[in-house]
Ligand binder design. Sequence first.
Ligand code: FES
Length: 95
Amino acid sequence: MDGALADTADVPVGSALIITELQLVVTQPVAGEFFAYSAVCPHQGCLVREVREDTIVCPCHGSEFQLDGNVQRGPARRGLNPLAIRIEGTSIIPA
Ligand code: FES
């Protein structure tokens, strides 16, 4: 697990895990497919903090993001910034 961001089992299928201390969101839209994004909201820089099923929510002004990082509801106009990751065994590692 050295250098791992998270374990694949920690990320719910069809939802996301927010790792606040790393300012990171890891999503698993379908089983076995993982994506990572910066948790810094592209609106004004708050950290997204909440996951409601398949929606990632910023507490500051209510922007919502899909599991692919795209904006679902503003005021954010850009999606979450993607981060490259790879899976090694059950570890999610920065690529
Ligand atoms: S900083 Fe996230 S909605 Fe404004």
